[in-house]
Design a binder for this molecule. Sequence first.
Ligand SMILES: Cc1cc2nc3c(=O)[nH]c(=O)nc-3n(C[C@H](O)[C@H](O)[C@H](O)COP(=O)(O)O)c2cc1C
Length: 227
Amino acid sequence: MKVLILNGSPKCEKSDTLHMSAAFARGICSVSGGDVHIIHTAQKRIEYCTGCFICKKTGRCVIDDDMKEILDAIAGCDVVIFSFPVYCHSMPASLKIVVERTMPLTFEKIVKGEEGYHHAARDGANKKRFVMICGSGYPQSRDDFELIRKTFLRTFRQCDAVITVEESPLFNIPDAAFAAKPRLELLEAAGAEYISSGAVSEQTEKALAVPMIPEEIYMRFANGEKP
Ligand SMILES: Cc1cc2nc3c(=O)[nH]c(=O)nc-3n(C[C@H](O)[C@H](O)[C@H](O)COP(=O)(O)O)c2cc1C
């Protein structure tokens, strides 16, 4: 199983949320074998989509930049994990540009699906499995997660798992390992479940969505005070 992580955090290797996706990918590979390839979108030179729609006819983008590497990586993998933190109640800009530049994955033809109209996926692209993994810095981020989940599911019909975890800065705070470690173990188990049963169960999704520590204690960590 080839897993591609598109890490949308501009912190790249130092990203909090990358810990979550790496654990999930480890879980996938523990069941199926395979390898994990990580692309940090902020390190890539990717222009804005110009909306020319030529890719809808040809399957290829006319812009010559690093998006070609990302589209090739998507074509060569089985599972794509879009990994990112909430930024301004949405996704980070470098990842949004990548999402918009995935236009070549669909045809010009617009079809009506269960959740409204969308461009029909090209053969190949519709066989990929997409996963969204997102963390947030503010407690009580449920509303933001719900909006981002909807955006994601409507953009990518192939998305068959959405994982959200509040308090993601804890993954990079050594004193918070007592809370972060069990959550990473749960993420790894979720990856294994996703690949062996075909989905992340509602029960697992819910367990992942519960804050790792009580809000008052988290806020002390977040504000740099002694917890
Ligand atoms: C520019 C910017 C905007 C942010 N906006 C939000 C936000 O709207 N809601 C939120 O919960 N956290 C927000 N955060 C906090 C991040 O989601 C949080 O710190 C996350 O753990 C960072 O993950 P990363 O290390 O993978 O980038 C923001 C952080 C930055 C730098």
